[in-house]
Design a protein around this ligand. Structure first.
Ligand SMILES: Cc1ncc(COP(=O)(O)O)c(C=O)c1O
Length: 490
């Protein structure tokens, strides 16, 4: 059935039609040219020789119309129907940043940690773990489909707490994935296969790739209210109402901590109420945990939302990433965990996740998995990681405070910038519009996502004053321009 659907869709694709039309017109052109050649041969030998001397001519050696058509088709790309894809909205920002030659430029687009000197950072504990791994001289054999057993154990321990009975009762199916993105994608495929038609509810706004992931897995999704532009805070009432209204048995995608892009998390009380509604509606919570430990500086505090749901006995999914908290961006290390009500169900779910992973990436990469397993499995290295994570989270908190102080000191308009301090994690949602964000990059060389998000991990204390000037100019001047334009049109 699936194959028929796909083929049918491809046949109807406008690009395919265009390719077919091009091919046919080429064929007619070839026929015409062949007729001309025959004509010239009959009438003037010299003209015929002139045509045959045409060296770059792909028809030269062709004898039959059929063969000619085949030869010409080679000159037209078989990929003619493929149009240019738009640049990725987040990764495209880095390209624009690289091309900017201004010395004051700042890249606040990508969520990657930078030092105070704005340089990429490799954690010391990661370097130590890598050295140990090198000394051991481990091989590079394939991992099993589900990943490195030692990694799968520690990743579930970190998330749920090593003493969590769910672990001992083997009610959690854990499979290593290609970081957060790949783990979300495995879960999306599981939903598509075993919950046909079920919807995933995504916060509005959310990390841009969520929609891509579910679109590619052909899982229907809709959005629930999350951000309130009036308060630059959480629209809790809207969120709860939308979750309540969704068809029973929907998957609710929740950011475990440090919501991306807003930096706004529910309070513990609000988490309880969200859990109530999800249980009432028989929905399935689906957590995306990309910043554990990186938001508050504490691994346990940042896992509180997931543990709250797990303690209620609800079945849930959790995708994990070690890109940010261990700085292992390019190692692509993460996991998908499915909490089930029985060990038997967990074993079956795990077997199906492996079945999904096999044709996707066959088996996951080993290097990052070993780093995580070695750090978390060694008490000294584990403590060193915690200290370093606190340092990173602390630097971001300091920058957040300094940005707020700079804005409050400079801005005499009475605007309240305190929402910046209420946000958590790597990002701040400034409330700047698209036009204002464009002004930030065009005039101030500050690169950020067009939804008004800035990554504080890419900011230094030294650059806070400059950024505050850029934000104020973009906010107040563009506010004025936009309101005068709207009054002109009225
Ligand atoms: C909310 C969220 N989920 C998942 C990811 C996945 O990141 P990665 O695939 O690098 O682990 C990110 C990265 O920015 C994110 O912000």
């Amino acid at each position: 059935m699936r194959r028929e659907f796909t083929n049918g869709r491809n046949l109807c694709h406008p690009g395919v039609t265009r390719f077919a039309t091009n091919f046919l017109s080429l064929q007619s052109f070839v026929l015409m040219k062949n007729e001309l050649r025959q004509m010239f041969r009959l009438e003037t030998g010299s003209l015929s020789t002139w045509i045959d001397k045409d060296q770059g001519n792909s028809f030269k050696k062709t004898k039959s119309v059929g063969r000619i058509a085949m030869t010409v088709a080679v000159n037209v790309s078989r990929f003619e129907a493929i149009t240019m894809a738009p640049p990725d909205p987040i990764l495209g920002i880095s390209e624009a940043f690289k091309a900017d030659t201004d010395a004051k430029k700042l890249n606040l687009g990508v969520g990657a940690y930078r030092t105070e000197e704005l340089q990429p950072y490799v954690l010391n504990v990661v370097k130590k773990a890598e050295k140990l791994m090198l000394d051991k001289g481990e091989n590079k054999e394939y991992l099993p489909i589900e990943g490195l057993a030692a990694f799968n154990k520690v990743t579930a321990d970190l998330l749920f707490g090593s003493e969590n009975p769910l672990i001992k009762q083997q009610k959690i199916a854990t499979v290593q994935g290609l970081s957060g993105t790949g783990s979300l994608r495995l879960a999306a495929a599981l939903i598509e296969r075993y919950f046909p038609g079920a919807k995933v509810l995504i916060s509005s706004p959310s990390w841009g790739n969520h929609k891509n992931i579910f679109n590619d897995a052909r899982v229907p999704w809709s959005e629930y209210r999350y951000y309130d532009p009036k308060t630059v805070g959480l629209d809790f009432e809207g969120m709860v109402a939308d979750i309540k209204e969704a068809p029973e048995g929907s998957f609710v995608l929740l950011h475990g901590c440090a919501h991306n892009p807003t930096g706004i998390d529910p309070t513990p009380d609000q988490w309880e109420k969200i859990a109530d509604v999800i249980q009432e509606k028989n929905h399935i919570p689906f957590f995306d945990v990309a910043y554990q430990g990186f938001a508050s500086g504490s691994l346990d505090a940042d896992a509180a939302s997931v543990r709250l749901f797990a303690a209620r006995g609800t079945e849930l999914l959790v995708a994990q990433s070690y890109s940010k908290n261990l700085g292992l961006y390019a190692e692509r290390i993460g996991a998908i965990n499915v909490v089930c009500t029985s060990a038997d169900a967990a074993a079956r779910v795990k077997s199906q996740l492996k079945r999904i992973a096999r044709p996707m990436h066959s088996n996951p990469p080993i290097h990052g998995a070993r780093i995580v397993a070695n750090i978390v499995g060694d008490p000294t290295l584990f403590n060193e990681w915690k200290v370093e994570m606190e340092m990173m989270a602390g630097r971001i908190k300091n920058v957040r405070q300094k940005l707020f102080d700079s804005l409050s000191a400079k801005d005499k308009s009475g605007k309240d910038w305190s929402f910046i301090l209420k946000q958590i994690g790597m990002f701040s949602f400034t409330g700047l519009s698209r036009a204002q964000s464009d002004n930030m990059s065009n005039k101030w060389h500050v690169y950020m996502t067009k939804d008004g998000r800035i990554s504080l991990a890419g900011l230094s204390l030294a650059k806070c004053e400059y950024l505050a000037d850029a934000i104020m100019d973009s906010y107040h001047n563009w506010q004025f321009i936009l309101s005068s334009m709207s009054s002109y049109w009225q």
